[in-house]
Design a protein around this ligand. Structure first.
Ligand code: SAM
Length: 287
């Protein structure tokens, strides 16, 4: 079905006016009004007819329409009740769409997504980008790829390599679960209202296996968190501060890592070596 495209400035303004709506800053509402960007997001997701997609925050249906026109089955979770009413109008007649009214952070996603595996495609509300992405990855949902619009600065942190200022706990976590790449940048003018920051579409291909062998994920992420909690401290001091106390030196020595290094210089493999040595030490095995 070919309906007029919503991804246009005049159409979006018309819809907002017709429903007496103003974009809510609190809910991170910046509506896409550039159809080329919509097409590029759909292309980056590599969707085929019949694919199942979870869309987070469909808004007035701009990106949703692009997905539906590509033959995709969409489950779209939207928090704003007024927008759920708008979607019933703007996307009337698209049978492959199911709109769920709710908060994505409280939604039982595996229950909503009947088809596995599925893809996640979204122009995310920026105020909760990290909890949304980490929640999906940590739950180990059967997701093959996530293609999402995020702040450019967040995208740069997600793909950052060790050593730079952008490298942090988010980089390690995203790279542990996925292979992320920045697909393309998006200027503020592509949205109504224009956000104060530049945006980027990031494509994260979910790994079937983590890239490093980790004995305990909880310990691995505890070490990572501790290392970045006080970036200016040496690794030995950062780990001590996190409760490793006197054993920090022995654990680092067993892992073959110089305790004078800063945490931000460690690769995923080196974090895994520290975490695995920590686990052994905790379990009373000799280092
Ligand atoms: N997809 C639309 C587009 O591209 O024009 C809208 C994107 S807008 C950046 C973010 C959307 O997420 C808004 O529709 C907002 O109401 C919705 N939203 C905000 N917080 C949410 C939450 N916790 N759960 C689900 N949707 C949320």
């Amino acid at each position: 079905m070919l309906k007029p495209r919503i991804a246009k400035r005049e159409v979006t303004l018309h819809v907002l006016r017709a429903f007496g709506l103003h974009a809510s800053k609190r809910l991170g509402q910046n509506f896409l009004v550039d159809e080329t960007v919509v097409d590029r997001i759909v292309a980056a997701a590599g969707v085929a007819p019949g694919d199942a997609v979870l869309e987070i925050g469909p808004g007035i249906g701009t990106l949703t329409q692009g997905l539906l026109e590509a033959g995709v089955k969409v489950v779209a979770v939207e928090l704003d009740r007024r927008l759920v009413e708008v979607l019933a109008d703007t996307l009337a007649g698209y049978d492959a769409l199911r709109v769920v009214h709710g908060d994505i952070l409280k939604t039982d996603i595996s229950r909503e997504m009947a088809t596995a595996p599925f893809k996640v495609v979204a122009n995310l509300p920026y105020y909760i980008t990290t909890p949304i992405l980490m929640g999906i990855l940590e739950q180990r949902l059967p997701v093959s790829v996530l293609v999402t619009m995020v702040q450019k600065e967040v995208a740069e942190r997600m793909v950052a390599a060790p050593g730079g200022k952008d490298y942090g706990a988010l980089s390690v976590a995203v790279q542990y679960y996925t292979v992320p790449e920045i697909a393309f940048l998006v200027p503020p003018q592509a949205f109504i209202p224009a956000p104060a920051v530049e945006s980027a579409v990031i494509r994260c291909a979910v790994r079937s296996e983590p890239p490093v062998a980790v004995d305990s994920e909880a310990t691995f992420f505890r070490v990572v968190k501790a290392a970045f909690a006080q970036r200016r401290k040496t690794l030995a001091n950062a780990l001590k501060a996190a409760g490793l106390a006197a054993e920090a030196a022995a654990v680092l020595a067993a892992a073959g890592i110089d305790g004078n290094r800063r945490g931000e210089t460690l690769s995923l493999a080196e974090f895994a070596a520290v975490a695995n040595a920590w686990e052994k030490n905790k379990n009373g095995r000799s280092l």
